[in-house]
Design a protein around this ligand. Structure first.
Ligand SMILES: Cc1cc2nc3c(=O)[nH]c(=O)nc-3n(C[C@H](O)[C@H](O)[C@H](O)COP(=O)(O)OP(=O)(O)OC[C@H]3O[C@@H](n4cnc5c(N)ncnc54)[C@H](O)[C@@H]3O)c2cc1C
Length: 356
């Protein structure tokens, strides 16, 4: 069935009568503009996320260097302004109403990299796939699993991104973060990594830079492993339609995708949000999906899996913006940086995201 893609901007304009720049925010914007060149008002966030869903941020700050990022974080922490951080937006669901207050986008510009033997120090906005490819080219092993994870280094640290039985925690030495108390370097132990989580999901901190330690290896072996995992991913995951990757965390001892598939839910849809036919743990946007559609579908999937298998699925994607108190893991608005909803319940053991 052919569908016409609605222009997302048109239905995401600020509601009539809303003050476009409340006084409190105006002062923050002025302070931010002192340090950061690119500060946008009412910026549609669907443009900045892989699912292509979400309303505007009152203020979107786009630092074009690590120094601009540090300065923005200092201003916001200093003034006690709550804000959220966005990397590549590949693991988030933004509310249809957008995000009130400030969003800081960490990407292009905050992407310098320094290779030093087996170590690499890389800024938070650098892309994981690019870093994995460069490591392979240099004959450094340990990051091949990340070649198909379309996130930033910063988002990868916060999420402890992983696939094919590996995760960032295995190669991460330390992360440099800005917190309300200032700048600090957190070691791997201090980062409290577990399956798709780190302490940065529970405390306000902006990742500025990370240091990874890789292993020298035969470049042909590294390349072969990276290519094989990419091919496996291409064969088993939906490549092309907008998504946020796996929508649910894998429950202990099982895979969310297997449970959803076994419940017969592939192809289930609400509006233009659809459970992927290729990988059941993906919800894809077939054109004009709204966050409300995605959440309604999430609820249907959770209910059917609960009914059928008695298993409770928890969201892996982070909800940003105002979803109301009833949403699964709703974070309220706005949240401290790096903190999506705190995931209730226990943390299951890791498993390859690339598996069903
Ligand atoms: C097609 C597809 C495939 C995927 N496959 C995988 C996979 O195999 N394995 C996997 O683990 N994930 C996968 N993902 C999910 C996603 O790519 C990862 O979770 C990634 O690590 C998120 O990085 P990001 O930069 O996009 O972060 P975002 O989605 O922008 O943000 C994620 C969280 O991190 C916080 N954050 C981001 N940057 C910073 C920063 N600099 N400082 C502080 N907080 C920050 C945000 O506030 C948010 O809470 C996939 C996604 C897609 C779309």
């Amino acid at each position: 069935m052919s569908r016409t893609r609605r222009a997302p901007q048109a239905r995401r304009a600020p509601p009539p009568g809303r003050d476009p720049e409340p006084r409190a925010l105006a002062a923050v914007v002025e302070a931010l503009r002192h340090y950061v060149r690119d500060v946008r008002l009412h910026e549609p966030l669907w443009r900045h996320v892989t699912l292509r869903v979400g309303g505007p941020a009152d203020v979107l700050v786009v630092p074009h260097s690590a120094d601009e990022l540090r300065a923005a974080a200092r201003v916001l922490f200093g003034q006690g302004v709550p804000f959220v951080v966005l990397g590549q937006g590949s693991n988030v669901l933004i509310a249809d109403g957008g995000v009130r207050g400030v969003v800081v986008k960490v990407g292009k510009g905050v992407d310098r990299v320094r290779w030093d033997g087996e170590a690499v120090t890389v800024e938070a906005g650098y892309g994981l796939p690019r870093l994995a490819q460069e490591a392979a080219r240099r004959g450094l092993a340990g990051l091949e699993f990340a070649a198909g994870i379309p996130g930033s280094v910063g988002g990868g640290v916060v999420m402890n991104a992983g696939a094919h039985g590996h995760q960032l925690a295995e190669v991460l030495d330390a992360a440099r973060v800005v917190t309300p108390e200032g700048e600090e370097v957190l070691t791997r132990d201090a980062l409290g990594f577990a399956y798709r989580t780190s302490v940065l999901q529970q405390r306000p901190a902006v990742v500025v830079e990370a240091t990874l330690r890789l292993r020298p290896a035969d470049p042909r072996e590294v390349r072969a492993r990276l290519d094989a995992w990419l091919a496996q991913r291409n064969a088993t995951q939906p490549i092309g339609p907008p998504s946020s990757g796996c929508i649910f965390r894998n429950p202990e001892g099982d895979h969310a995708g297997r449970l959803i598939d076994a419940a017969g839910l592939k192809g289930l849809s609400v509006g233009d949000a659809v459970v992927s036919e290729v990988h059941a743990n993906y919800i894809v946007n077939r054109g004009a999906a709204r966050a409300a559609d995605v959440l309604a579908l999430v609820e249907q999937v959770r209910a059917r899996v609960r009914e059928r298998f008695g298993r409770e699925l928890e969201l892996e994607v982070k909800l940003l913006g105002d979803f109301g108190a009833g949403a699964p893991g709703a974070p309220g608005v706005p949240r401290a940086p790096g903190s999506g909803p705190r995931e209730p319940g226990r943390v299951p053991g890791g498993g390859p995201e690339a598996s069903p």
